[in-house]
Every structure is written in C-alpha cells, then in structure tokens.
Design a protein around this ligand. Structure first.
Ligand code: ADP
Length: 641
C-alpha cells in the first residue's frame, strides 16, 4: 500500500448509472425501502461471517456479538447503518458497489417503458439493493473492512449517485461495513428515532440478528445546578428471532409478508406461503413463498438460481435453490432450516445426502400443494399466477415424472369452449365436458394464440362442438411430446395424423348433417395423385380432408412429427431439424378444390395446386418461399372470368 493514500475516482458502468437514475425517480413513493435493503445487506454480511466462523472462529476478531446498528446524527444530517459482518475488500467494493452485478441487467433495462408506474414495478422485480440509498441521500459513504484482514486494508467509498464514485484506503479498526447516508435536505424524517424504530419493526423485525439504536439513559435525578447522569445505551429495536423459528400461531400475515420482502427484495406481497415444521428423528423447518409477480431472473440458467436459503440450526449456510428446488419451481422463495445436516455441508454433499433428498421432496410437495390450494380456492388469483408462471410449471410435466399427478391438475389452457377469447380451462373440466364417444383430449399447438384459434384444423371440431385446447406457449409442443395422457385419456393433436370423429356424440350423428357429411364423396384417387405430382417435394401425400369445413386446404403432420412452427423456430436457431414433409389435405366441397378437379389446362392446374398448398402454409403462420409468385398466381385467379 502506498504511504500517502490516494483518492481514486472511478466512473460507474453505464448500466449502473441508468438503473440508479431510474431508481431514484421511480421508487420515490416507496422511498423508505432503502432501510430494509441496507439492513438486509447487513444481515447477509453477518450470516456470511458466522458461516466462515464455523471453520475458524478467529474471524470474529474477538467480537462475536453479531449486530446491526442504526444511528442518526441530527446535526450532521446523516443516518448510519453499521454491521460487524464479513466486510468487503477493495476488490469486493469495486465489484459489488461500483457495478450492478446482477445478471439480466441489460434485459431489464430493455424492458423499461418510460412509464414511471410500470417501471417502478419492474425495478421492484429486479431487486433494488444498495442503490436505493440514493433515493433519500445525496451522498453515500461506505466504510468497510474485511474480517480477518489488517486494519489498514479498510476502504472508503463515496458517491453522490451521479456518474462517479471515489475509493480511498483507510484504517478501520473493526471489521464489517458502515453505510453513511447524507440525507437530502427534505428527508430529515429519517433522523427521527421513532420513525426509524417503526420502519425497523415494520420491515426487519424478524431477521435473525439484533438491530440496535442508541438511547440516552438518565440515571438518578439531576440535582439543582448539576448535570443529570446521562449516557448512551444501545437498545434492541427488533425482535431478532428468526421468523421461521416461531410458532405459526404467533406470526401475523403482515409479519410473513415483511419477511418475504426481506428475503426476496420484492416490492410486492407474496401470493401465498407455507410454513411447516417436521419433527422426529430428523427435524427441519420450511417456509416457502410463491411470489405474486415473476422475478427478473425467472429465465436464468440452471446454475444461476437463487432464492432458497439453507440454514443449519439457525446458521445461514448457503443459497441452495439449485440443490433443493427443481428448475421448474425456480420462482419459489424461502428458507429451509435443518437441525440434522452437518454445519459444514457442501453443495456436493447436499446433492447426494439422503436427508437433503427428503427435504427436497418435501419442498417440492409443499410448493405444489400450496399452488394447488390457490387453484382450488381462488380462480381469479390462480389465473394471475398462471399468467406469470404457467410456462415454467409446464416444464415440470416433462422434468418431474414422480410428481406429475400433482403438476398436471395445475395446468390451464385456452380452449375453443366458452367466451372465445383466452378462456382458461383445466384438464379435468375438459374431460367432464367430453361428449359420449370422445376418447381423446384434442389440442392444437401454434406460434401464438391467434394462429391457434384461427387454424383451419379446428373447423370440423367447431362444427361438431368438440372442444379443442389451444396451446401457444413455446414449451407446449415440447411438453406434449412427453405428456401423452391425462386421467386415462390420450392427447391428440388436431393437426397430426388421421382424425375420425364419426363415433363422437352418436345421438347427434344421426341428424341429417352428419349423414350428409358421410355421403360427401372423397376426392378421386387419380386427381389426388395428379396434384401430388404437380407439388413434387413440397408434400408427402395429398388426401381428402375430414377436418375442413370452410377452408380449402390445410397441412397435416404424422403423429410423431414436430409441429411446423417449432421446426421453423429450431431452423432459425441454426439447429438440425429432421426432414419431414407434411400431408396436404383438401376440402372436397370447397369451390376452389372443385374448380381444380375440373381444370384441364396444365399450367392452371399446377398454379391452383400450388396456391392451395401455399394457403395452407400461410394459415400455419409460415412464410412462403416465393411470395411474389404466390401473389401473381392469386391475382390471375382473381381476374379470371
Ligand atoms: P444484493 O444485495 O441484491 O446483492 P446490493 O446492490 O444491495 O445487491 O449489494 C451488492 C453486493 O454488495 C452484495 O451482494 C454484497 O456482496 C455487497 N454488500 C452490500 N452491502 C454489504 C455489507 N453491508 N457488507 C458486506 N457486503 C455488502
């Protein structure tokens, strides 16, 4: 270290600057959350120190009374949040405080709209953290020193929240971190000890460490002319008992919610939670939350997941979301506290350990039960949940076979029944509505809801009043490759394979319409062959359709083939797609098809065949190889007398 400590100035990363600016503006109406965020950081630092001390308690440097102190200085206009936790080295400070290290920052910024209300909400999902200090402070000073290092290795960081921050080495006797907020002139309310206490009890009552504030204590009466004997004592202002260790009956909903916010950094309430204690030969407690809105990291890679904190005997060990939560429940937040895992449990051990396997199963079961309960009790709330997390839950159908029976009743789909729009149905309800003779659960997958809802494949189903599930999430086609039946009923794509609806709704089938349909002669085999030859490699076969009532043509795949929209997606992503050619189905009663049957001119026959094929492609949402050619062909048809 140099003899004369120098102050260095660094510029914030561009993204950090942007987030900072936004945060200050859009979170103003929630400004008091800065205290929760700083206390939460302090508590994490204490957790980490305690964890390090398991292996070597000399890291405490003789001070194992872990605590957070909040101190206001009215004269200076400063508010200090101090911890004797793990502290930060110079590199830590540069990495953690000079940048916004979270993954997805860019994606987050791209989603911002400029509408303050919506952006505030997004920032809440993103997690605000340390930078929320700048909502109330026009300058922030951080003094920190890593536990176990020399006093001279302390660091002083300072910034006014503009484009830069300064760094300077300092001597710091005690390890841990002190965040000093130089409050803006009109934020003096945060110097008031009553205000501070009530914020602590609202936001941080049940973190596992004491939060202390100084209080003047007067002992003995002041004699006339003499000064009273006053001294400052540090008093606990929170309950400091980890929330999950309390009996459920002693915890209010409000306390559960504030603990959730402390855990998740979410600005919104949790949708629901489940708190369970298992006692016996192996004891553990789980407190699990389902957020109301999807956190920013929902689409993160498998090894980046966080959100489930593992404690052993009240000591925070690590974030074990990867070990204890399956990928499809990555939005679950919470705490697991085991009395029986070893304190030095490693990630590897967690992976193999029998007890952690049990805990993992319990976490999955409880999470799914909790979601199932909302589904059962509160359809409106559940629909909101489904819109946020449905696509993620669907991954579970494929990934977690052993819990499939718990997951599949949670699924919701748009359907052709009901009010048309995005009517949401569940599978049991679908089966209940099936008419006599219907054996399969019919569905269609498409690129988006509109394409699914308007697909020509649905025509005969609509006509016969048979419900079809409309699937347009990206995961749907993948899920359906593995999800072959529900409650003994097989799934059947209306766009794949043969469709035979003759035996459905036998009663009604007697009516004239159905009889008539039967009589409608299929297209002549020679004609079909001729169309097939004219289309060459485009199709594998041309046949008469049972599916179409209004449209002239549609494309059909084999039962095992991948939907065309998914094939296109994979091709665009540069992946190999198995070569498959669709079947072209033609509606024998459609005037264009009738015209084709009577067409004698070779050229016109070829053009019309191609137009029918191209129309089928277009209604699949595909783009044409030769759009200009298509336009020409259609125009010449339009202009024909
Ligand atoms: P988050 O807490 O969500 O990670 P923050 O911006 O609040 O985001 O903090 C960034 C990082 O800075 C933390 O992850 C932590 O490593 C470090 N940090 C913040 N406050 C403290 C503290 N009081 N003691 C030690 N490290 C801290």
């Amino acid at each position: 270290m140099s003899e004369t400590p120098t102050v260095e100035t660094h510029a914030f990363q561009a993204e950090t600057r942007q987030v900072l600016h936004l945060m200050i503006h859009s979170l103003y109406s929630n400004k008091e959350i800065f205290l929760r965020e700083l206390v939460s950081n302090a508590s994490d630092a204490l957790d980490r120190l305690r964890f390090t001390a398991i292996a070597d308690d000399s890291i405490y440097e003789g001070d194992s009374d872990l605590r957070i102190e909040i101190e206001a200085d009215e004269e200076a206009g400063t508010l200090t949040i101090r911890d004797n936790g793990i502290g930060m080295s110079r590199d830590d400070v540069m990495e953690n405080i000079g940048t916004i290290a979270r993954s997805g920052t860019r994606a987050f910024l791209d989603r911002l709209s400029g509408d303050e209300k919506m952006d505030a909400h997004l920032i809440g999902q993103f997690g605000v953290g340390f930078y929320s200090s700048f909502i109330v402070a026009d300058k922030v000073t951080v003094l920190t020193r890593k536990a176990g290092e020399a006093a001279e290795s302390g660091v002083r960081w300072e910034s006014d929240g503009g484009g830069e921050y300064s760094l300077e080495p300092v001597d710091k006797e005690t390890h841990g971190t002190e965040v000093i907020l130089h409050l803006k002139a009109d934020e003096n309310e945060f110097l008031n000890s009553w205000t501070l206490k009530s914020l602590v009890s609202r936001y941080s009552d049940h973190i596992g460490f004491p939060i202390r504030m100084p209080e003047e204590v007067t002992s003995g009466e002041a004699e006339k002319g003499e000064e009273a004997d006053t001294r400052v004592e540090w008093k606990d202002v929170n309950k400091a008992s980890a929330l999950w260790t309390l009996p459920k009956s002693e915890i209010s909903d409000e306390e559960y919610q504030s603990f959730y916010k402390y855990l998740s950094h979410d600005l919104d309430d949790a949708m629901c939670w489940a708190h369970n204690k298992v006692e016996g030969s192996q004891s553990y407690t789980t407190l699990l939350y389902i957020p109301e809105t999807a956190p920013m990291d929902l689409m993160l890679q498998r090894d980046e997941r966080t959100g489930l904190r593992l404690y052993v005997n009240r000591v925070f060990i690590m974030d074990a979301a990867q070990q204890l939560l399956p990928h499809y429940l990555r939005f679950v937040r919470g705490v697991v506290d085991s009395d029986d895992l070893p304190l030095n449990v490693s990630r590897e051990l967690l992976q193999e350990n029998e007890l952690s396997g049990k805990i993992r199963s319990a976490v999955i079961r409880r999470s799914l039960d909790m979601i199932g309960k909302v589904a059962k009790d509160d359809a409106e709330q559940y629909e909101k949940f489904w819109n946020q997390f449905g696509a993620v839950i669907k991954e579970g159908v494929v990934e977690d076979f052993s819990n499939r029976d718990r997951i599949t009743p949670l699924l919701r789909f748009a359907s052709t029944k009901g009010d048309g729009a995005k009517h949401v149905v569940d599978l049991a309800g679908y089966i209940e509505r099936m008419p006599e003779g219907q054996e399969a659960i019919y569905y269609i997958t498409a690129e988006n809801h509109q394409a699914a809802a308007n697909s020509p494949h649905l025509e005969v189903f609509r006509k016969k009043g048979i419900e079809v599930l409309l699937m347009s999430d990206r995961v749907d086609e993948w899920m359906m490759a593995y999800f072959t039946e529900f409650d003994g009923k097989p799934f059947k794509s209306v766009a794949k394979g043969d469709i035979n609806l003759a035996s459905i709704g036998k009663e009604e089938a007697k009516d004239e319409e159905a009889e008539e349909a039967k009589d409608e002669s299929a297209l002549d085999a020679d004609l079909l062959k001729k169309i097939g030859e004219s289309l060459g490699d485009h199709v594998s076969e041309v046949r008469s359709s049972q599916r179409l009532t209004d449209s002239a043509s549609c494309l059909v795949l084999g039962d095992q083939e991948m939907a065309l929209h998914l094939q296109r997606l994979l091709e665009q992503a540069g992946q190999d797609v198995p070569d498959s050619r669709p079947v072209l189905e033609l509606n024998p009663t459609h005037p264009l098809v009738e015209k084709l049957a009577g067409e004698e001119d070779q050229q016109a026959f070829g053009d019309l065949s191609l137009v029918l094929f191209e129309q089928a492609l277009l209604s699949e949402g595909a783009s044409l190889e030769d759009p200009a050619g298509f336009v020409r062909r259609v125009n010449s048809l339009l202009l024909e007398k």
